[in-house]
Design a protein around this ligand. Structure first.
Ligand code: AMP
Length: 341
């Protein structure tokens, strides 16, 4: 597919920016570049129609696909699935990969059509931030200062601010987020609860490659040499989860083992640790139930993150937050809204 000003050529057809016919489907993928365009369209949807929203930064993979498909299942035939692609500059720090972040827009549009998304909001930077950057931003609170926030100062302020803007624009009934970015979904749930945003959050399981590597847009940075090594993160997390279930609950020992295993594979660890997934507080002594093991590590110039929930009693934490087995098959939808203290 190629793009010219305002029109796309897709599988031999030239189509307006607003309507991309899905292959083998009657319903269009509507593409909106401005909030005003989307709002005009939203006004034509039936009142009370459920709208499930899947925000992304593009460079889509089957992990994104599982969220889009789950969104379709949640809203059903009478509902609407809206996605967004926006590489949000305010969540990248200086020296991070904003400039080189992949932007394969035409391929993304084709995937969204295949996954039966109905709308795509894909604004330019100027549409979201017409005056360079926002003067008023959303403070993620103390949860934004640990883990990813400690390594990437300002990251969660950028994430919260852009997602708040997107929620105001799209006004969905449901928001789908991935467990892959555990801290992100935790903080966004807090933002939505604390600021009384009227949207239901669903956290979907992490889709993985056959060797367990969590699917990520950044995996395409990995060289052929690096790619097999990247599986060490999930292997280490899975081994640590098994050790905890077998009674090895010393937080220090678990963190040490995680770090050792990931480092041995040739990665540089940013953090590898055990937290309480309901409070996002670290376990410092004995790990209790439930627990989320989180790790971030660098391989060459690529930074990878992953996490695994460890449960002692299956009923205590919502099923969608269980670690999914290393399989590319999309997992079944789980119940919504895990407990949060
Ligand atoms: P991103 O485009 O990386 O900002 O991700 C958009 C959404 O997709 C976020 O809610 C992510 O947590 C989610 N996501 C990313 N990777 C995966 C994956 N491997 N499995 C399921 N969801 C994912």
């Amino acid at each position: 597919m190629s793009e010219t000003r305002g029109r796309f050529t897709f599988r031999g057809f030239s189509l307006s920016m607003h309507t991309m016919m899905k292959p083998m489907s009657q319903s269009p993928l509507n593409i909106f570049r401005t909030a005003a365009e989307w709002r005009r369209f939203r006004g034509t949807l039936a009142p009370g129609q459920p709208i499930a929203f899947v925000p992304t930064m593009g460079a889509l993979h089957e992990g994104h696909g599982s969220l889009v498909k789950l969104a379709g299942e949640i809203v059903g035939r009478g509902g609407h699935v809206c996605t967004s692609i926006f590489v949000n500059p305010t969540q990248f720090g200086p020296g991070e990969d904003f400039a080189r972040y992949p932007r394969p827009f035409a391929a993304d549009v084709e995937l969204l059509a295949q996954w039966d998304a109905q709308s795509l909001f894909a604004p330019e930077r100027e549409e979201m931030y017409p005056h360079s950057g926002p003067a008023v931003t959303v403070d993620p609170g103390s949860h934004g200062e640990v883990l990813e926030g400690a390594v990437r100062p300002g990251h969660f302020r950028g994430v919260c601010t852009v997602v708040a803007k997107l929620l105001h624009i799209i006004a969905p009934t449901h928001l789908l987020l991935g467990q892959k970015d555990f801290q992100q979904q935790f903080i966004l749930r807090k933002m939505i609860a604390d600021l009384d945003m009227p949207v239901q959050v669903i956290t979907a399981p992490t889709l993985r490659e056959a060797d367990g590597l969590a699917m990520s847009s950044r995996n395409r940075y990995l060289s052929a040499d690096e790619r097999p090594k990247a599986a060490a993160i999930y292997a280490a997390l899975s081994q640590a989860a098994a050790d905890i279930r077998a009674g090895g609950t010393s937080a220090e020992a678990v963190a040490g083992q995680l770090r050792k295993a990931i480092t041995a594979a040739g990665l540089r660890v940013d953090y590898a640790t055990a937290y309480d997934p309901t409070t996002l507080a670290p376990y410092t002594q004995e790990i209790a139930d439930p627990c989320v093991l989180l790790a971030a590590a660098r391989l060459g110039s690529t930074r990878l993150i992953d996490n695994v929930i460890v449960q002692f009693e299956p009923a205590r934490f919502a099923a969608e937050n269980q670690p999914s087995p290393p399989s590319p098959a999309p997992p079944p939808p789980g119940p919504t809204n895990p407990p949060m203290k």
